[in-house]
Design a binder for this molecule. Structure first.
Ligand code: ATP
Length: 250
């Protein structure tokens, strides 16, 4: 479980996050949604420690991140897996080398153990025969799956996904969403997904935080998102044509 408390961040005069608090639950994907430029990526960066907030704290299973010393921060960082936008694979490394990379950097595991772990993760994302392929030889959806395998290779307790569906067709997006959901449940990971894809929201939105102008304006699930009574949330979700037609049918 990750808890954020009063996260505040400005860049110069511009207040980007204005006291965001919330809880991200274990064993499921927690979605951060909101319009473009509303502060989702900055919030994710504050949570993982890539951007230091001006105020506020992030608790990883009750361990405060910012108030802790370097050793505890390093421990917490080791428990994180990240799926970057666009996959961010190393073009000059094979699929196997890409997935093994976090183990090379973060562990002293012997090679045969690392290979076992890589093969387990590649199998989990249905890419068992792609070890020696180069990123240029595989599709966008496969690249995302390699990214997921790499994100989970070190057995993370926390998984962060920034726009995991960007650049994917709707069918592949659903597969990636479901994979993220299944993996979160199976390995009991606290997963945070930044998205503005309404298909993802309605597909895997078991816990959703709606960010609006640097504040957490609403928390709920896909089952109550269309009846929130929050105008700003309605404006966001019903900007989508499919969602608008669903509302008209109600
Ligand atoms: N390093 C920075 N320096 C100055 N301003 C920044 C910096 N990073 C982000 N911002 C500003 O913070 C605001 C929020 O950006 P952020 O990337 O978090 O939005 P977002 O909700 O993730 O948008 P999108 O959905 O388009 O990715 C934007 O106005 C952006 O220009």
């Amino acid at each position: 479980m990750i808890k954020i408390d009063n996260i505040t961040k400005s860049f110069g005069e511009k207040v980007v996050l204005n006291g965001v608090s919330g809880v991200f639950e274990k064993g499921k994907p927690n979605l951060l949604i909101g319009a473009s430029g509303t502060g989702k990526s900055v919030l994710l960066k504050c949570i993982v420690g890539l951007v230091t907030p001006d105020k506020g704290e992030v608790f990883y299973d009750n361990r405060p991140f910012y108030a802790s010393d370097r050793d505890v921060k390093t421990d917490i960082r080791r428990e994180m897996g990240m799926l970057f936008q666009g996959g961010a694979l190393f073009d000059s490394k094979t699929v196997e080398q890409n997935v093994m990379f976090p183990l090379d950097v973060l562990t002293k595991m012997p090679l045969d153990e690392k290979l076992d772990r890589v093969n387990f993760c590649l199998k989990r994302v249905s890419l068992e025969n792609s070890n020696k392929k180069m990123p240029s030889e595989i599709s966008g959806g496969m690249k995302k799956r390699v990214g997921i395998a790499r994100a989970i290779v070190n057995n993370p307790n926390y998984l962060f996904c920034d726009e995991p569906n960007s650049g994917l067709d709707p069918q592949t997006s659903v597969l990636i969403d479901e994979l993220i959901q299944d993996i979160s449940e199976e390995f009991d990971i606290t997963t945070i997904v930044v998205t503005h894809d309404m298909n993802s929201v309605m597909g895997i939105g078991e816990k959703i935080l709606f960010i609006y102008k640097g504040q957490n304006l609403w928390v709920g699930t896909k089952n109550d998102i269309t009846h929130s009574g929050v105008q700003e949330l309605d404006d966001f979700i019903f900007a989508n044509k499919v969602m608008r037609s669903l509302r008209q049918q109600e």
